[in-house]
Design a protein around this ligand. Structure first.
Ligand SMILES: Cc1cc2nc3c(=O)[nH]c(=O)nc-3n(C[C@H](O)[C@H](O)[C@H](O)COP(=O)(O)OP(=O)(O)OC[C@H]3O[C@@H](n4cnc5c(N)ncnc54)[C@H](O)[C@@H]3O)c2cc1C
Length: 388
């Protein structure tokens, strides 16, 4: 007889932790029947810039998690510079996002999950997943377990997604690569103005459907600079830009050589309102479902997924209808789904054509951003968000 759980969450990243925490909040009686299984042991390495916007901060706050969050080092971004060629806009919204030391952030989330009384297995990869007599049977190194509901929070290439969407389209996937460089040069001079993030969209001219970035980050408690290239591929039929070449160019423009540092990357799935995100007894959240194709913002979206879908899972258990037949539709109609759809449309628009198109719109973007920055500042002040 296998051990049985009502809900098993596969993956203890931001999406899995958020889903587990909100499940416990909505249905405390579910906690003994809730399990989170994680392939790695936290803190685990993770290629990621670690930027969390006020969207994520809001969700954390709903969970009672505030900054400073446990022992998680973070840099507070006050100023964003958005560049296309020689035209640049500066967007001053102190606290609009902060950059966390990602492995420690995820490890802190897992501690919160355990503190809520939820069982977490680490170093327990799910290696097989199949449907038997109305239950999901999951194989792990600790033996087989059965789940009435499986939540796939196992990232872009996860096993749950492959079980839920066997013929899933691999084409809705962005490419992201990053490199970490010291914040000071050999003479100790600062090479990066702290608390400023730069997003440079000039690479659209070379066929990248995205931007290059640099912003400060914390690594092992020290200030570093995180630089990278995001290619959304919202137009998957177009030729693929060479991201290594773009990264080399970006580094040499800053007097650095890519070969002196390691370039790491990972695909990131993006959300589409008509995507398939569920099967009988199974739902996908976070990168396993799809994040933001405009900027590649995935952490805050992953947290938001948990908050959005946990009540639906509880409702399904209460009603005894575990088909999740309307999951995709509900997702599309939710605030999260609408927000991601808006970002998808903006990405399709922004990355649609080349130089002349973007040059034309860039002027209008400046005006829009000035207005939008004011709105965000006001919202943050009203909600008390973005405080150091
Ligand atoms: C280079 C790069 C930079 C990025 N920078 C940013 C940024 O600055 N800001 C931002 O918001 N987003 C960023 N992202 C995106 C962000 O990292 C992801 O969107 C985010 O991690 C998604 O969270 P998640 O919980 O869905 O998945 P993940 O964080 O990938 O977590 C999935 C978890 O599932 C576990 N798992 C996988 N398979 C199994 C299995 N079979 N059994 C058990 N467990 C399993 C994994 O070990 C992992 O812990 C970046 C991504 C990349 C590649």
């Amino acid at each position: 007889m296998h051990k049985r759980y009502e809900v098993v969450v596969v993956g203890a990243g931001p999406a899995g932790c958020s889903t587990a925490l909100f499940l416990a909040r909505h249905a405390p009686s579910l906690v003994p029947d809730l399990l989170v299984v994680e392939k790695a042991r936290h803190p685990r390495p993770k290629p990621c810039g670690g930027g969390i916007t006020i969207i994520g901060e809001r969700v954390l706050r709903h969970l009672g998690i505030r900054w400073p969050m446990d022992d998680v080092p973070a840099v507070w971004i006050r100023r964003m510079r958005l560049r296309y060629d020689t035209q640049e806009f500066t967007w001053d919204v102190p606290g609009v996002f902060r950059v966390v030391e990602r492995p420690l952030f995820d490890a802190a989330l897992v501690r919160h999950v355990r503190a809520a009384g939820i069982e977490v297995w680490e170093e327990a990869p799910v290696t097989r997943l199949e449907r038997r007599d109305g239950w999901w049977v999951l194989r792990t190194p600790r033996g087989e377990i059965e789940a009435r509901i499986v939540v796939g929070a196992d990232g872009s290439n996860g096993i749950v997604r492959r079980a839920v969407v066997p013929q899933g389209k691999a084409r809705r996937v962005s490419r992201i690569v990053e490199v970490w460089t010291p914040a000071t040069d050999a003479t100790g001079r600062e090479v990066h103005r702290g608390k400023t993030a730069l997003f440079d969209f000039s690479v659209i001219r070379s066929g990248v459907q995205g931007y290059v970035w640099d912003f400060p980050m914390i690594r092992d408690g020290e200030l570093w600079v995180n630089r990278g290239v995001f290619d959304s591929r919202v137009w998957p039929g177009r030729p693929r830009a060479n991201l290594r070449t773009e990264a080399e160019r970006m580094m040499s423009a800053r007097g650095l050589r890519l070969e002196d540092y390691g370039l790491v990357g990972h695909p990131e799935r993006w959300y589409h309102p008509r995507g398939v995100y569920s099967a009988a007894g199974a739902v996908l959240v976070g990168d396993a479902a799809g994040a933001d194709p405009l900027l590649g913002e995935g952490i805050s979206m992953a947290l938001w997924y948990g908050e959005t879908v946990a009540p639906w899972i509880v409702e399904a258990l209460e009603r005894g209808d575990l088909s999740f037949a309307d999951y995709g539709r509900r997702l599309a109609a939710s605030d999260l789904g609408k927000h991601l759809t808006l970002r998808l449309r903006l990405a399709q628009f922004a990355y649609a054509r080349g130089d002349r198109f973007i040059r034309f719109w860039w002027r209008w973007l400046g005006r829009f951003l000035a207005w939008y920055a004011g709105r965000v500042r006001q919202q943050m002040a009203e909600e008390g968000l973005g405080k150091e």
